[in-house]
Design a protein around this ligand. Structure first.
Ligand code: HEM
Length: 182
């Protein structure tokens, strides 16, 4: 997995807890934590961090990965500010991740394996997203989707239709603009 994902997870841990917690996690997971954004690291490191963080935070693994994904979103999004600004909302942005951002990642890093998404419009405000990846990290995708909702000031509700923890996970993502206070 590319280092940028580990950097985003570090930012999430620091924003939710603090630097010391990140250092404690690295110690508990027996990792040195020198993740450069362009480097590639073992996926097992991510699993080790999650394994160490569950007893420390009291979260179940899925809840923890979802929360980390949500709070990792701003770090990833900060790499593509113009695409974020151009997007009309969460659904539109998620299509751009699949059509532009992840293909761009692949062009820059041929060793990367970002997930593939398929989209299907459902009823009003609901987009069905099919996540496909051998990494089985649909729960991370769910957290990132919720993080995108925060960015676009939308109330996002993700319903798992099928396949959580599998190579193909189907979500229904309802996104409703929140009223802005004046
Ligand atoms: C906002 C800008 C984003 C950037 C710059 C970005 C970039 C990346 C990169 C570099 C990877 C690592 C791929 C690898 O090392 O093989 C990755 C993986 C991933 N991305 Fe994105 N991403 C972004 C947004 C999103 C969003 C919004 C979602 C949620 C739908 C998402 C879902 C995932 C997931 C779940 C993975 C883990 C790998 C996997 O499941 O196969 N990403 N992304």
């Amino acid at each position: 997995m590319k280092g940028v994902i580990f950097n985003a997870v570090e930012e999430a841990v620091v924003s939710l807890y603090n630097e010391e917690t990140w250092d404690d996690l690295l110690d508990a997971a027996k990792l040195d934590g020198h993740y450069t954004s362009l480097g590639s690291y073992d996926d097992a490191d991510l699993a080790a961090l999650v394994g160490a963080a569950c007893p420390m935070t009291g979260h179940e693994p899925n809840d923890l990965v979802r929360v980390l994904g949500r709070h990792a979103f701003p770090h990833l999004a900060s790499r593509y500010p113009e695409l974020v600004d151009q997007a009309e909302g969460t659904h539109d942005f998620l299509r751009r991740v699949n059509d532009i951002i992840h293909p761009e990642v692949l062009k820059l890093h041929p060793d990367a394996k970002p997930p593939a998404f398929e989209f299907e419009d459902r009823e009003d405000n609901v987009l069905r997203i099919t996540y496909k990846s051998a990494r089985k990290l649909g729960i991370l995708a769910e957290g990132l989707i919720i993080g995108a909702g925060d960015r676009f000031n939308e109330e996002v509700t993700v319903t798992i239709v099928s396949g959580l923890g599998e190579e193909v996970t189907v979500f229904d993502v309802r996104a409703v603009k929140l009223a802005t206070s004046t």
